[in-house]
Design a protein around this ligand. Sequence first.
Ligand code: NAP
Length: 320
Amino acid sequence: MARPLVARAVDAALDRSVVLGYTTIGLAVRRALPGWPPDPRPGVLAGRQVLVTGASSGLGTATVEGLADLGATVHLLVRDEAKGAAVAGRIRAARPGSELRLWRCDVADLDDVRRFARAFAAEVAQLHAVVHNAGVMPPTRTESPQGHELSMAVHLVGPVVMTEALRGVLAGGRVVLVSSGGMYAQRLRADDPELVRDDYSPTTAYARSKRWQVEMAPLLAERWAADGITVATLHPGWADTPGVQESLPRFRTLTRPVLRDDRQGADTSVWLAAVEPPPPTGRFWHDRVERPTSLLPATRPDRATRDRAWAWLRQVTDLT
Ligand SMILES: NC(=O)c1ccc[n+]([C@@H]2O[C@H](COP(=O)([O-])OP(=O)(O)OC[C@H]3O[C@@H](n4cnc5c(N)ncnc54)[C@H](OP(=O)(O)O)[C@@H]3O)[C@@H](O)[C@H]2O)c1
C-alpha cells in the first residue's frame, strides 16, 4: 500500500526529531499511520535457513526469535558457546519445535571467520539471509587479532569477509547489516579507517564504523548482485539491551521510560530478512522505511572519499 503524504510527513518529522523517532513513541506512531509496511506473511521462512550474528544478547536474540516465529531454521552465531546454549535453550523452551543451531565464532578474528564460513558452507547448502548484528563499543582503542580497530573489525571487516566466504551458499539471498542512528553524526573517514589519528572516543569509534557500514552497502550490493544477493543496512532506534546498559549507562538512565524493548528494536532486521519481495538492494532502513544516509551535507561523502574507503575495504578483506 502506498503511504499517504501526511503519513510520510509525520514519519519524517519523527525521524528528524531523533528522540521521538528512535524510541517506542516513534514505532507506535508509525505503526498506527496508514501505509505501515505489512508484516511478513506467517510461515514465510518455513524451510529456509537464516544466520544471525551476536545472537546471544539483546537485539540478536530477539531477531532469532522473530525469524523462528516465521518458520526459519535459525543459525545462532555466538562467541561464547555456554551463553549461546543458554539463550538457545530459553528460546526453545518458549517455542517448542523451533529449529535452532549454534555456531561459535569471533567475528573480529578473520581466521576464525574463515574457519566458521568453511564449516558452515560444508553443512548448509542454501542460506536465505545473514543478519550481521554483532556489535561492540570498546571502552579503549582495541585491535583485533589481525590488527584492525575493534569496532571496524566487528561491524565491517568481519561481516564482509564472512559474507564473501558464504557467497556460494548465499546466492539469491539477503545480507542485513545492523548499523546505528549514531552514524548520522559522523562522516566517512577514509583517511583514518583504523582510528589512529584522533584521540580515541568509544562513541565516535562506534559511530564511525557504523557510517562505514552504510556507505559501503551500495558498493557491496553492486558486487554481490552478480550472485543475486541483496544488501540492506538499518538502524534499530534505541532499545534497552545489555549492550546499551553496559556501554551507555547514563544515556539509558535518561531515556529508559521510552526505550524500545528487544523485539521492537529487532523489528526491521526481521522484516528485511523475511518480507517478500526482497526490499531494493543497497539501501538504508529504519522502522521498515528507507531513510536518508546523511542529514547534514558535511557527512555526505564525495566520490573520491567513497572510492578511497572502498579501496581500503577491498584491501583488508582480500576482495579481488
Ligand atoms: N540497542 C540499541 O539501542 C542499538 C542502537 C543502535 C544500534 N544497535 C546495534 O544493534 C546490534 C545489537 O546490539 P545490542 O544492543 O543488542 O547489543 P548487545 O546486547 O551488546 O549484543 C551484542 C552482541 O554482539 C556479540 N558480539 C560482540 N562482539 C562479538 C564478536 N567479536 N564476535 C561475535 N559476537 C560478538 C555479543 O556477544 P556476547 O553476548 O558474547 O557479548 C552480543 O551477542 C549492534 O550491532 C549494535 O551496534 C543497537
